[in-house]
Design a protein around this ligand. Sequence first.
Ligand SMILES: NC(=O)c1ccc[n+]([C@@H]2O[C@H](COP(=O)([O-])OP(=O)(O)OC[C@H]3O[C@@H](n4cnc5c(N)ncnc54)[C@H](O)[C@@H]3O)[C@@H](O)[C@H]2O)c1
Length: 431
Amino acid sequence: MIEAVMVGAGQRGHHIYGRWALANRDRLRFVAVADPSAERRRRFGEAHGISDRDRYPDPFALLDSKRAEAAVIASPDREHHTHVLAALRAGYHVLAEKPMAHTLESCFEIVAASRQSTGTLHIGHVLRFSPFFQALHEVIASGRLGDIVTVEHRENVVAWHMAHSYVRGNWSQRATSPPMVVAKATHDFDILHWNLASPAQTISSVGNLYEFRPERAPADSTERCTDPCPVEDCPYDARRVYLNPAVTGWPVHVITDDFSPEGRLRALQEGPYGRCAWKCGSDVVDHQVVNLSFESGASAGLTVHGHSPEEGRTMRYDGTRATLRGRFGRHQELTIHSHVSGEIEEVPIPPVASGHGGGDAGIIEAFLDSIEHGKPPATSARESIESHLLAFLAEEARLEGKVIDVTTRRRLGNDLNSDFDTGEGDTADGT
Ligand SMILES: NC(=O)c1ccc[n+]([C@@H]2O[C@H](COP(=O)([O-])OP(=O)(O)OC[C@H]3O[C@@H](n4cnc5c(N)ncnc54)[C@H](O)[C@@H]3O)[C@@H](O)[C@H]2O)c1
């Protein structure tokens, strides 16, 4: 059984990692928590039997000394950088939520720092640990598709989730959060990087905020959905999502801890999640398309957008011998279509219970296995820097309308942080 500390006891910290620990008491126990919110500290502390003394408002007061073997960093994106560096300095084994950090420079700094730490660093690329993406990876690695020539990968965010996270919620303002292509699509760049097994060479991107602007608001729309708003059949009507009594988990637990009809309504009337989606002042994109070339000669297109009727990722890998099509979401499908026989084979995917198609539970288990058996992290900082590099460069390419030479920028990032390198090669980070 591994003892751990929690930094950031919110949606991920409390509801995902915390709950997993409570359901698997023989594997993981949280012994301290840090969160500036007194309510979040109380909630997490009570759930895990953590005394008042071990509930910290200041994360550094907890992280600066090694209080347990492991640390889970589930604080907001902008805090990851300093929290991860502090935890590595103290020698914790760290499981840090993605993105690693909110700037590319900070990500490279974390890679360098992870080489010097006695603890390991695992980045929360949960999808790699889902049975679906493991099955997909096995097909590609087996060579059954031949050489991969093109990939189309789409992240289709359902319209109300777009409104929840990127219009009304945590990731709606450029000034306070990383762009959507970083916050959401580092997972997708990680999947491409893992499967193509070839460094990206160039990247370009287009995209904009198409929908969520005041000039696109219906004429009679009000400031809040609860005013009440007369617009019928609105795809972003907050009442439909948050007042639905059948929904008792995410996303309702993000807006309130009081699940009563009155508690939910109050949150919509007073908090950010009841605001009209067209009038929130969101300044981040609602769709972005990225084109990539790889050293192998393969080309890939990645689309992330928030105008889908259904949440999920869809993908197609065209190889020289067969094509693989995938659908990852509520319904999961993976098929191989042979260029030789024309036959279509369905790849079996084991059923899963936990979030992110089983990836949430999978990454926790992999993290604990790594500590217990000294296995190197599959999603180490060094492995994960590529997805972050591509995501940040995609945004730069979009903003500046240019094609970026990824090879040069990769080298530059590594060179700038070479001072951190001990010269002892890859040690604790494992790759
Ligand atoms: N791996 C995934 O697929 C995945 C999915 C969703 C979110 N995330 C990431 O997980 C992280 C947490 O997201 P969330 O949805 O739980 O957000 P959240 O807002 O629900 O939780 C964040 C918590 O951190 C606390 N906090 C704020 N400032 C802090 C500080 N300085 N030190 C410590 N704690 C602080 C907040 O009070 C809150 O309790 C984010 O980085 C997010 O991008 C990852």
